[in-house]
Design a protein around this ligand. Structure first.
Ligand SMILES: C[S@@+](CC[C@H](N)C(=O)[O-])C[C@H]1O[C@@H](n2cnc3c(N)ncnc32)[C@H](O)[C@@H]1O
Length: 309
């Protein structure tokens, strides 16, 4: 695999979950195009009258989508928190299926110029869209120590968050942290016990990436929009890569399947809020073969739901 490729995770289960065979001329949305692994399989199954809408906030990903010479594809450089308006602008709603394959792609992680990785030195950027918002270096330059600690603790689930934040602030007094290599060295100096097989900077880099890209906010804003754009029996499929994301997806799907009963009781059956989604299958994780071939798959979970009304 070359540096510009991405090995898709749970490829067949995720695309199967969209049930394209039952609406081959429908509208399907890949909200996280990346390098189009899932999109290509969707296109293989889509009929001549079908449409694929490919979204990504990363301009490099959208440049890759635009290279697909297929008249059924519309590519949009957009955040998925703008799903509803993006689909409306493309006259692509209601949709028959929406897929999210969350997180970062291999080309993002592997290109040192993007600043996501601690293995190779590069500018400390981490923005999926380099034209939007502050980079990781800019944020670290101005943030309070308590804020840095909170981000590393909450989004990295890092037990040495306090020591790492302190070390970052001490290092910053000597000059701004501008390189991934500098940050990785500062983190390594503050982390006393190492998790087996894991670089000491793994959790801190994950945390900063989630924060810089507002990944959890994006997901929380996107899920209700996905529900709103789906037509009846349309499918929502989400692949997440860590427990923070998965919790948001699980809580959303469960709440739409069994909406909370209002406190005012007693209620007649017809007064109960109607369920909007049906969870189609238990959560699906990659098998040992897939994890062996693609270690990035080890923490992946696919959840699938169908719109009811
Ligand atoms: C795991 S990769 C997707 C890989 C893709 N399924 C494939 O097979 O090539 C995740 C992609 O989602 C994009 N992404 C992440 N958050 C996003 C957001 N809020 N809006 C739009 N795209 C986003 C990233 O830029 C990245 O390209």
């Amino acid at each position: 695999m070359s540096a510009s490729e991405h090995l898709p995770v749970l490829l067949h289960p995720a695309v199967d979950a969209l049930a394209i065979d039952s609406r081959p001329d429908g509208i399907f949305v890949d909200a996280t195009f990346g390098r189009g692994g899932h999109s290509r399989l969707i296109l293989e199954r889509l009929g001549p009258g079908g449409r694929l809408i490919a979204l990504d906030r990363d301009p490099d990903a959208i440049a890759a989508a635009r290279v697909l010479s297929d008249t059924r594809v519309s590519a949009a450089h957009a955040r998925f928190s703008a799903l509803r308006s993006t689909l409306a602008g493309l006259q692509a709603d209601p949709a028959d299926g929406v897929l999210f394959d969350l997180g970062v792609s291999s080309p993002q992680l592997d290109d040192p110029r993007r600043g996501f990785g601690f293995r190779t030195d590069g500018p400390l950027d981490m923005r999926m869209d380099p034209a939007q918002g502050p980079s990781a270096a800019e944020w670290l330059e101005g943030a309070e120590e308590a804020e840095i600690r909170e981000v590393i603790s909450d989004y990295g689930e890092e037990r040495f968050a306090k020591q790492i934040a302190k070390a970052i602030v001490a290092a910053r007094r000597r000059g701004p942290l501008r390189r991934t290599g500098e940050l990785a060295a500062v983190v390594a100096s503050a982390v006393r016990t190492r998790e087996p097989g894991q670089n000491p900077a793994t959790r801190t880099f994950q945390a900063l990436r989630i924060h810089v890209n507002q990944e959890l906010e994006e997901l929380s804003l996107a899920l209700p929009q996905a529900l709103a754009v789906l037509r009846r029996s349309g499918r929502l499929a989400v692949i997440s890569f860590h427990s923070l994301e998965d919790r948001i997806v699980k809580t959303f799907m469960r709440a739409q399947e069994k909406p909370p009963v209002p406190e005012r009781l007693p209620l007649r059956a017809r007064e109960l809020p109607p369920p909007k989604l049906r969870i189609v299958a238990p959560p699906r994780r990659p098998g040992p073969e897939e994890i062996k071939a693609n270690p990035r798959a080890r923490s992946a979970v696919l959840r699938v739901a169908e719109k009811l009304a």
